[in-house]
Design a binder for this molecule. Sequence first.
Ligand SMILES: Cc1cc2nc3c(=O)[nH]c(=O)nc-3n(C[C@H](O)[C@H](O)[C@H](O)COP(=O)(O)O)c2cc1C
Length: 328
Amino acid sequence: MKSDNKTFISVDPKEASLQEVHKLLLGGVTPRPIALVSTISEDGFNNLSPFSFYNAFGANPPIVVFSPARRGRDGTTKDTLNNLQKIKECVVQAVSYEIIQQVSLASTEYDSSVDEFVKSGLTPIKSDLVQPMRVAESPFQMECKVQQIIPLGEKNGSGNLVVCEVVKIHFDEAVLQDGVIEPNLIRLVGRNSANYYSKAFDNAIFEIEKPIATKGIGIDQLPEFIKHSKTLTGNDLGQLGNIEKLPTESELQTFITSYKNIGIKPLEIPQILKENDPHKIFSAALSLTESDKENSMRIIEIAAKKALEQNDVTFAIHALLASRLILN
Ligand SMILES: Cc1cc2nc3c(=O)[nH]c(=O)nc-3n(C[C@H](O)[C@H](O)[C@H](O)COP(=O)(O)O)c2cc1C
């Protein structure tokens, strides 16, 4: 099936340096959502810092977890963690493209008495149920009570899981479309490695249909000639493996007769291939079934591929299987 010829480099984290392991995790576990966390010290100083070792882990109760690690250079703990050990409340907010430079500035290691709201120019607004402030500019804010803090080690770079129960959610009504948060409206960003960030909107967004509830047949059940096609990729096979059952021979015959030979001339085929119409491409392949079987098969695979790009899995599987009836 589809497996690239990769040469793997294997690393034992116990043998590698902390910097190397950290860099690998940042590069391979990516893009990561960013939690912009506001806390408050016992003395009442606001603190605001971003954390991308972060995610949500359940909805009932709603739990988010982030990890302020011990500093790599000296193993000391960060203000966010120190504050949370005393005052077990925070606000975790999402980071949109519009505030990412200010959020990056808030990651500066200012002294614990310095208010990063002031330094970053982000606006503090009162929370309903917790003491730390919300960030007005963030489109999605969660007031949280800390359930547990789990230290993952005592060494330089060791993480600390801060397990938070979300007790109130606030979000900008402008990010809603048809009752759901729309990625192109909320415009969140993710953290990659080094200085890289990624946009979770615009052309970075694409759709994958959910696997069907009745369970797809799986790639293993596709005929060998499809699994070993040079034109179809692993993604193409993934789509095909999601069908409920393969079409029967009589369904394939009906499919073939619906594509009459419409008299396409071989010279017209390069132009047709440039167009995105799988049906026309399939008709072009039919016009070659007598004269050039190999090319006909290749063109049928292209038609199937184009159909899969358009999420027309039914056409794709019919076209591919019909090729066996037409060309044998
Ligand atoms: C986008 C971004 C993500 C970050 N993620 C983390 C993280 O997951 N864990 C961590 O310990 N530090 C992370 N940092 C670094 C902290 O934000 C930085 O050490 C900050 O100064 C900690 O502030 P504090 O001492 O006020 O808590 C990140 C920085 C940025 C810019």
